[in-house]
Write a protein that binds this ligand. Structure first.
Ligand code: GLA
Length: 733
């Protein structure tokens, strides 16, 4: 009995899927340099996905068969087939929970395609957009939902996009973690049921899971081969990624803002725009998808993505809150003497009535603490100039402490649920400012604007955010719209960022959020880089930076040399190892140079000089991940290759140390097989050069065979330690 029922259901379902495709479908093709996305568009029906992958030729397009047994709708609404997952769900003004969205128009203008969908019974319009970025193989999709009804409608679900992924042996690679352990890679097969990745922090969203994912389509994920789809939701607020696998031939990937506790009341005539979802595909494995994300990111997303980043010293792990004029001057002198280009003064410099001594006061009072810095920021800028370097400063603009003049003046400016006590964060007094409130937006913009107007020489801002939204309540929003808090907070901050960037486009701004809480493509158009993690331990950084590099380029990944024992994990690694790891990202230092020996300073001086030489390769090059630390083979290795394939930097880090262990020889990738490359070791500490030093090898040899690296360093007895790593520069002859 059940079987017959099931068969009937299936038949009905297949008919439902296939019927509209029998009509003459208009084939809409969205192309990039090497990708095609094909959608069949029939007026009066939902547009349907037909193909996403490697670019198709005109004859392949002509013969392209429509998929069977899949729900291929581009933007399925909720209600008329409630069994299947929907992208959008709304409660119409009259209470009707069903929506139908049928195509009325397709427009292709330049690289942008717009499908206009309308409900036959209600004046609800949804525009589904696809924006091709032809030169970087990325397609961004998002939607506009417009309420044409006479009264407010309630948005209950509002995904940015959907993508059906053909079953086979599909694996997901994504990132998870927590504070001081961000960007950890997890790889798992996609199986029956629902896999959901969400974040509810409110203000930051990448400490734990990330809003980006890759799908390997042909089995266990490979770095250098295999078909892979990549997806990144460009949104730094609460998000939801969902993969639904049911009894059809497809997995259905949905991505968008997480609607939980965020129903949105869309007023008459109002349009709700969902965040962009960036989609890509590569036949060159996970690293291929990463290269697409990196190129797209540098060119279209990241602030100043085409400009080399400066080598800096940040004061945090060196002095923590112990800021003073003389100390800053000494740190500036030290980083300048090592070849650094920028000094950043971290937390602890501000507060008048309540000077910031530790983390329990003063956020909001962005005036110099004159007892610590009698000559103010002017004095620091003067010292920076004296040392020939630039100066940067730390702020945490979205926050206040209850112990602050700001909170005393504006207790109504903080996020707080009605009739509830304040929820307090860091230091027992930290609160989040209510960015739904335009006055708060002006205040937050003013923090940057005042600093930059008074001190236009400031070159860099470290923008921190050390608290989540800790209770659900806006003192600004009406009671009926309290569910708008997360979305309106996000919009408020976005407005502030837009104003800052309009006025200060070239100012370097780092997104820090208790470490790596803000590694997200929604935010990076306003920020030049992010702090990968508060954990600067080189070994753990290999794992975190490996994962982070799946979606973000080295130019955006702040990676600093710090002291040992490490301040978070208390591990002691060699300085050479710490340098070699930090040099694979945006190099900086996070240390008290006063406590370093002359020999250590010399090593850093040399590393900084050599990093300057390879900086364009690292910051603008193509990544090839060669051996994953997550494979636990005792080694991790990756390389960056220039687009012209004339230069490359190869990294080799040991992740374990056992006597007489066996380590694999690493085959390189991404080189020109016919070219010959000369090898030069950077940051060398060994008494003898490597046997490959100065020699030339063909790209083919380096990629088919690879170079042997000695497992330990050949250094004087007293300097031996259990860490080894190598960085090689390859230059085409
Ligand atoms: C956060 C940041 C650190 C540092 C401190 C200052 O934890 O992640 O890098 O700036 O705040 O309080």
């Amino acid at each position: 009995m059940n079987n017959i029922k099931n068969m009937k259901r299936k038949l009905f379902f297949v008919l439902l899927m296939v019927m509209p495709l029998c009509a003459m479908a208009k084939q809409v093709v969205i192309q990039t340099r090497s990708l095609s996305l094909v959608i069949n568009a029939n007026e009066g029906h939902q547009p349907r996905y037909v193909y996403f992958g490697q670019k198709l030729s005109p004859s392949e397009l002509e013969a392209l068969p429509a998929p069977v047994s899949g729900r291929m709708d581009v933007y399925p609404p909720y209600g008329m087939w409630p069994q299947s997952a929907a992208a959008v769900s709304l409660r119409h003004a009259d209470g009707n929970l069903t929506t139908q969205l049928y195509l009325t128009e397709v427009k292709q203008e330049g690289d942008k395609t717009t499908f206009t969908l309308k409900d036959p019974q209600y004046p609800t319009t949804v525009n589904v957009y696809f924006l091709a970025r032809p030169d970087v193989d990325m397609i961004e999709t998002w939607t506009d939902i417009t309420n044409g009804e006479k009264q407010t409608v309630t948005l209950l679900q509002f995904a940015s996009g959907v993508l059906p992924i053909r079953r086979g042996e599909v694996w997901m690679s994504h990132l998870y973690g927590s504070w001081a352990n961000e960007g950890r890679l997890v790889q798992e097969p996609v199986s029956q049921g629902i896999k959901m990745i969400t974040n509810h922090d409110g203000a930051r969203n990448s400490h734990t899971d990330h809003a980006e994912v890759m799908f390997s389509l042909d089995g266990r994920p490979q770095e250098l081969s295999g078909d892979v789809i990549g997806a990144a939701l460009c949104y730094w607020g609460n998000y939801k990624l969902k993969v639904v696998t049911d009894d059809t031939e497809y997995h259905y990937f949905f991505a968008g803002i997480d609607e939980e506790n965020s129903e949105y009341h869309l007023k008459k005539g109002e349009t709700f725009t969902t965040p962009h979802l960036a989609l890509t595909f590569s036949k060159e494995g996970l690293s291929g998808v990463s290269r697409n994300f990196h190129r797209w990111g540098r060119k279209y997303m990241l602030a100043n993505g085409q400009t080399e980043r400066k080598i800096l010293l940040n004061s945090w792990e060196g002095v923590y809150f112990d800021i003073n004029q003389q100390g800053m001057d000494q740190m500036m002198a030290d980083i300048a003497s090592m070849g650094g280009e920028l000094f950043v003064m971290d937390d602890g410099w501000f507060g008048d009535k309540y000077p910031r001594k530790v983390d329990n006061s003063s956020l909001g009072d962005w005036v110099v603490d004159k007892t610590k810095l009698p000559e103010g920021i002017e004095g620091l800028l003067r010292d920076a100039k004296k040392h020939g370097i630039k100066f940067g400063i730390w702020i945490e603009p979205e926050m206040a402490n209850t112990v602050s003049e700001l909170y005393e003046k504006h207790p109504d400016w903080v996020i707080k649920a009605p009739k509830r006590d304040l929820a307090l964060g860091r230091g027992g007094t930290q609160v989040v400012l209510d960015l739904c409130n335009p006055k708060v937006q002006d205040f937050v913009f003013g923090i940057v604007d005042n600093l930059m107007t008074k001190y236009p020489e400031i070159d860099y801002i470290k923008w921190d955010a050390n608290a989540p939204i800790m209770n659900h309540g806006s003192q600004y929003l009406p009671m009926a719209d309290q569910s708008h808090l997360y979305i309106d907070y996000h919009r408020g901050l976005e407005k502030v960022c837009q104003r800052i960037r309009a006025k200060y486009p070239t100012l370097t701004i780092q997104a820090c959020a208790s470490g790596g809480g803000r590694a997200n493509w929604g935010l990076l158009p306003y920020f030049d880089e992010f702090w990968v993690s508060d954990n600067t331990d080189a070994l753990q950084r290999i794992y975190m930076q490996w994962g982070t590099s799946y979606f973000f380029p080295a130019i955006a990944m702040a990676s600093h040399i710090s002291a040992t024992p490490n301040h978070t994990v208390y591990r002691t690694t060699s300085l050479k190892f710490r340098i070699d790891v930090a040099m694979s990202g945006r190099l900086g230092m996070e240390i008290q140079p006063k406590n370093m020996t002359e020999e250590e300073k010399d090593l850093c001086r040399k590393a900084i000089a050599e990093y300057k030489q390879v900086r364009p390769i690292v910051q603008f090059g193509d990544i090839y991940r060669l051996l994953s630390p997550y494979d636990h083979k005792g080694l991790a290795s990756l390389m960056y290759v220039t687009e012209q394939k004339d230069k490359a930097v190869f990294y080799w880090w040991k992740t374990e140390q056992f006597q007489n262990e066996h380590l694999p020889r690493i085959k390189m990738a991404g080189l020109d097989p016919t070219a010959t490359y000369r090898v030069h070791e950077l940051n060398r500490i060994d008494l003898q050069p490597l046997s490959c030093e100065g020699k030339t090898f063909t790209g083919a040899f380096l990629m088919n065979h690879g170079l042997e690296m000695p497992y330990t360093h050949n250094v004087e007895w007293g300097k031996k330690n259990n860490w080894s790593s190598r960085v090689l520069l390859l230059e085409r002859n």
